[in-house]
Design a protein around this ligand. Sequence first.
Ligand SMILES: Nc1ncnc2c1ncn2[C@@H]1O[C@H](COP(=O)(O)OP(=O)(O)OP(=O)(O)O)[C@@H](O)[C@H]1O
Ligand SMILES: [Mg+2]
Length: 354
Amino acid sequence: MNRISKMRMAVNLVALVLVFSGCQMAGYALSSFLFSIAGSPAAWAVHLISAVVGFGIFAGVAALVSFHVTHSPRWKEHNRRQGGFLAETVDVLNRIARGDFDVSVPTHERDPFPELAESINKMARELGTMETMRQDFISNVSHEIQSPLTSIGGFAALLKSDALTPEQRAHYIEVIESESRRLSKLSDNLLRLSALEADGTSITKREYRLDKQLEHITIMLEPHWMEKDIVVEAELQKVSYLGDEELLSQVWVNLLHNAIKFTPEKGSITIALTLEEKAAVCRISDTGIGISPEDQAHIFERFYKADKSRDRSLGGSGLGLSLVKKIVELHGGTVSVKSEPEKGSVFTVILPID
Ligand SMILES: Nc1ncnc2c1ncn2[C@@H]1O[C@H](COP(=O)(O)OP(=O)(O)OP(=O)(O)O)[C@@H](O)[C@H]1O
Ligand SMILES: [Mg+2]
């Protein structure tokens, strides 16, 4: 109950007490007048009769007031509003139940339940946003599945021809293999992301050496960066960290894969791990194609790719960084990017240490 309603209630209560006292006084006055004419009965009867007359007057006044109020145009308008409000609210709720979220209960200043109308409107807006996200998600997944399947189907059909050279055949088979890998990675990433979102708290933490993990992953990815003649430098401080080793390994693999993928031949990548006050900080810098400020705002969203045409040739479904963000956040940390197009990018992961 807000302050105005409380004040209104207090005023009504005082008015009621005043009217009741007035009626009782009028009761006494009237009965005294009648007793002066007809003679007084016993004292107890005088009090009883005066009180009954007082009550009678009060009942009469109450009946008159309520008749006046219920027949006043203001009361009729209030009832009409209340009825209209309820009908509108029920209609809006029925439309929401049918999946139509583009609705709102009109909120007039004098409606009986403005807070209720506001809450229903807020709920409809939020359900609408979730529905849009759901539809975007389905269309993104379908798109990501459709394009490798089209390639696989097309190249498999070409393979049926007898007039192919061994090189052509090997190339087609290679495309089919790489598109199948892409599909399998997409399903892995989707499963992982939905598992983390559904049951984020079930991460298994144990103390391990972050620097050793980064070193190991850098070596594991050597064939990829060597293939592009990229120079990789690692400056790793010794850091013991309590976290989910397997999940964090996915973070570094995704960030390093991106750095390698988006850095042209003969570029360089630096991995720096430092122990700062109450946090382990890992910076992965590259001299790659960079990311525009507009794209930087979206790259951690699912399926977002800064340059769709370029990414088609580079592969990837735009899920890598959303997984990175999710995993880092599950560890209470943050991931951010600083980048300049054509110059390079720096991804910084900060993992708090208790
Ligand atoms: N180091 C980087 N340099 C330049 N652009 C980058 C870099 N890292 C990420 N990006 C941009 O951010 C987008 C999203 O990255 P993300 O890792 O989520 O997806 P992806 O690499 O395209 O696909 P996936 O990781 O699912 O294989 C990339 O498509 C790319 O445009
Ligand atoms: Mg990626």
